[in-house]
Design a protein. Structure first.
Lengths: 217, 217
């Protein structure tokens, strides 16, 4: 299953066309089985609480664990996404093409929301990156972080990233398209920002066929 | 919030009328925000995995922890349920009245499914109980339990109850209606049964007004 998805890069839908990605997202959202968004958010909250309880004060480890869980889900989500696509759609072979597909199609299918895209182009076409901007955050509808998690405990101390699951999801999904990315929540409404912003930066395009091995962690 | 809900027993909708409960359930389901059921199931799976990792071999503690998380959610769900009800509905003041309301309205609103009800009436009207029978199990759509969790490790050894969250949800919700119940998964498709059956047995009707204190654990 993993290798099938890894070799199907060019089949992933949406391309850079925002309109097409929106239409694809709506069609996919209509097609997926639904759950109650509030119970989903409460369940994710229980998961974060449990990870915090398990890793205690090691906030970096908590963030990594949430990201890792998201990664496993993201790898799986690509298969679900491809399985539910009913029409051939423009290819998504370049990194920057993935922005609108993630923001308008995949986010819609898996989270019920869409995000806005801001492209940050790097020098000489390397280290391209983009930001996904979300006003809503379905993982955190009931959440208010306690003070201790809103600002770092001290200079250079890590901060709990409640939303790390998103980063893992995106990282896992793009890995299946042979793109190794770094993904970071740079703005969060849970920390008082006005929007949520996830920055996705391309690190490496993995050679075709290496995907299946690579994603074994 | 807790005391408001605890004193509103008679306002909870559905009564023993199955038809009314089905209609209420559909209306509530149409009204709630939705999430992707597959991502919800994957998230719950991550939660169970994390609790297992945390409590290791103490399967009783794992089951209890999942039940406890469900309890917190169930307490909250009653508020959501009451808030989203738009019409006055038949009262649900007797324990057995809660069966169809849970099965057809609350399950529909929170899980997107309905359950069948089998009433087991006790002697002298005490220890009344009923079973909720579900063919679908939205928490476990991708789940296959490893062998070690499908049968007990030895005589008298506890068994992992992957679905403990349901029991906690029901326990928490009914507690807000002043009913202390015992809730157990007696059949599970994850263990090879043909359906999922949750047995709900009334232990005590808590005096009106005691709810707020009682639910502090």
């Amino acid at each position: 299953m993993a290798s099938a998805a890894a070799s199907s890069t060019s089949a992933v839908a949406g391309g850079s066309n925002k309109g097409a990605a929106i239409a694809t997202g709506s069609a996919l959202w209509n097609r997926v089985p639904k759950a109650n968004a509030e119970l989903f958010a409460l369940t994710y909250g229980a998961l974060v609480t449990e990870v915090l309880r398990d890793f205690g004060d090691d906030i970096n480890a908590v963030n990594e664990q949430l990201d890792k869980m998201g990664h496993s889900m993201g790898v799986r989500c690509v298969d679900e996404y491809l399985a539910k696509l009913s029409t051939a759609a423009p290819p998504c072979s370049k990194f920057l093409d993935t922005a609108e597909v993630l923001a308008k199609s995949a986010f819609k299918m898996f989270l019920g929301i869409t995000a806005d895209v801001v492209i940050h182009e790097g020098t000489e076409g390397k280290e391209d990156s983009y930001s996904l901007i979300m006003t809503d955050n379905p993982l955190a509808i009931f959440v208010e972080l306690p003070d201790q998690y809103q600002s770092p405990a001290g200079e250079g101390q890590p901060l709990l990233e409640y939303n790390s699951l998103y980063c893992g999801l995106i990282r896992g999904a793009l890995e299946m398209l042979n793109m190794r990315v770094e993904c970071k929540f740079v703005k969060s409404t849970l920390r008082g920002d006005d929007v949520n912003e996830i920055k996705v930066a391309l690190k490496e395009v993995v050679a075709e066929g290496a995907g299946a091995e690579y994603q074994e962690e």
